[in-house]
Ligand binder design. Sequence first.
Ligand SMILES: C[S@@+](CC[C@H](N)C(=O)[O-])C[C@H]1O[C@@H](n2cnc3c(N)ncnc32)[C@H](O)[C@@H]1O
Length: 268
Amino acid sequence: MTTSPDYLDLNRALWNARTAPHLASDFYAVEAFKAGKSSLNGIELAQLGDVAGQRILHLQCHFGQDSLSLARLGAQVTGVDLSDAAIAAARSLSAELGVPAEFICCDVHALPQHLPDTEPFDMVYMTYGVLNWWPDLARWAALVHRYLRPGGRLVLVEFHPLVWMFDNDFTHLQYSYFNAGPIEETEVGTYADPAAGIVHQSVTWNHGLGEVLGSLLHQGLQLVSFAEYDFSPYNCFAHTVAQPDGTFRIGPLGNRVPLVYSVVAVKP
Ligand SMILES: C[S@@+](CC[C@H](N)C(=O)[O-])C[C@H]1O[C@@H](n2cnc3c(N)ncnc32)[C@H](O)[C@@H]1O
């Protein structure tokens, strides 16, 4: 597989540019979060169980709302993200709210250099829009395995790879379900604020469920649960229709396709 040599620089610039509009957006509702509202949705809450006292590694934590929501529930959280703007905002939120968490700014692939000799974690937690930034899921699964203690769990909640096959307007299939190499796009605005005046390149990869689950099984992780959901808790696609319970579907697709999936896997 070929990858653009500068993909990390492009993606870092994208996420740095997105951070300020995200902090100001209704989508992320930072003022409500500061007032005590959790950013965790029903899907992940159902997978998490009681996290009090657990050591959690939160990969691709963006500006840390989920990290701090987990910390508010009593977890000891280490959040990791590529974007220095996002990590600066996460540290600032943590300090302002008096909710302690550790934040590391680095490429996930480089985490072993930044976090070399840590006690292993009880949980690796990752949600919504994370795996498509990894060129190679074998490296992802190896990293998850490296940082979990025996008996520790991966909790992953992710947008379904089927969604990423469509064009942005959901009129036709544009991309392969499988990882067919880097997808280079120009992003105008952002999912949290389409009117934000930013234009940036992104480099992502599609990963089918066979690749996701297969790479975890290859590391010897055991699948505890897997589920698909016909809704998204986030209003982050075109042509969404709000459901009475506050979740969203994509109008032309209705409830006929999965939009999100969840995986819990344990390291034996
Ligand atoms: C869609 S966001 C994750 C959303 C998150 N669940 C939230 O609460 O907002 C994806 C995150 O992945 C991060 N990211 C992308 N590539 C990365 C990499 N190579 N290493 C570390 N973080 C990366 C981005 O900076 C961004 O914050």
